[in-house]
Design a binder for this molecule. Structure first.
Ligand code: UTP
Length: 298
């Protein structure tokens, strides 16, 4: 039950980040110096993923350009002796034979985006990573999940506890038997009211799914928010395949929202070996109010 392929759905409109995301996908926004999509690809690589399927906005080549070799830039860096930068941009590239860029013609939701990848996902389990959920962990989240998946199989979804008032922002889990970090899933509901939420366990953007999910996605009608929901397709598979939540070890940053994105930048900057010290000084100045009063509005 090895995992070889991953889907990265990155065709959303990112309206919460307009105007930044008008022509640049939100997954290209950087946390310190690396775009969100690159963190996700590195996590997938660590989990042994060999084939990368990106579901992109039609006509948008930004992601493909990011993972392709760039001879002029490489020559320039080489001439200037910028070894570290040169190594970093070369090692982040993906062999073009191992990368697929599939357009999602219209932004009809996450479930629809996943169904666009069916042709390349084939008849084997596949990982799904939502790059705007950035997860910082001692062992990358997908590595933790792949290990558990190797033992249990079925469908597996990363979960974490959230305050019940936040349930309307998430897919929520109806939990069954618990076994360490694994939680049997008896039901799933997308964006319920706090009163209707079956628990405080929320879905986070990491999944390992069986190929049968595509059949269920094809049958779906638009659900919450008028979109085709991956959660609904996974819910309809319960009973057909084992379904587990995986309570990962680590911290998740919601980089699809401004505050979560800001927090991620703070957390990564404060522990960065190059800029950490200066970042900590800066944060202290702002926290004391000293810098705020002189910075003015925007
Ligand atoms: P979100 O709902 O967070 O993204 O989708 P969004 O719609 O782009 O953002 P806002 O709410 O307008 O700010 C979660 C993930 O699913 C992808 C997004 O790119 C993101 O990775 N997605 C969403 C698609 O690929 N296609 C879609 O139609 C919708």
């Amino acid at each position: 039950m090895t995992l070889r392929k991953a889907i990265f759905p990155i065709a959303g409109l990112g309206t919460r980040f307009l105007p930044a995301t008008k022509s640049v996908p939100k997954e290209m926004l950087p946390v310190v110096d690396k775009p969100l999509i690159q963190y996700a690809v590195e996590e997938a690589r660590a989990a042994g993923i060999e084939e990368f399927i990106f579901v992109v906005r039609p006509g948008n080549r930004t992601i493909e350009a990011h993972f392709s070799r760039s001879p002029d830039l490489e020559d320039n860096l080489r001439r200037r002796g910028r070894k570290a930068e040169l190594e970093s941009i070369i090692s982040s590239c993906i062999d073009p034979a191992k990368a697929r860029y599939v357009p999602q013609d219209r932004p009809l939701g996450l479930g629809h985006a996943i169904s666009c990848a069916q042709e390349y996902a084939g008849d084997e389990p596949v990982a799904i990573l939502l790059p705007d959920d950035l997860i910082r962990a001692p062992a990358p989240c997908l590595v933790q999940m792949a290990e558990a998946f190797g033992r249990r199989g079925g469908n597996m979804i990363a979960v974490m506890d959230v305050p019940k008032v936040e349930a309307p922002r998430y897919g929520m889990v109806e939990p069954g038997h618990r076994d360490g970090r694994l939680i049997e899933i008896k039901g799933l509901v997308e964006k319920p009211t706090p009163e209707a939420a079956p628990s405080t366990l929320a879905i986070v953007g990491r999944y390992i799914v069986q190929p049968g999910v595509f059949r269920h996605l094809m049958r779906r009608q638009p659900g919450a928010g008028g979109e085709i929901q991956l959660t609904d397709a996974l819910a309809s598979m319960i009973g057909e395949a084992p379904c587990h939540g995986f309570r990962f070890e680590g911290r998740r940053f919601d980089c699809g929202a401004k505050i979560g994105f800001l927090e991620a930048n703070l957390a990564y900057a404060l522990s960065d070996s190059m800029i950490g010290e200066e970042a900590r000084r800066l944060v202290r100045r702002y926290a004391s109010g000293e810098a705020v009063s002189s910075a003015g509005g925007r």
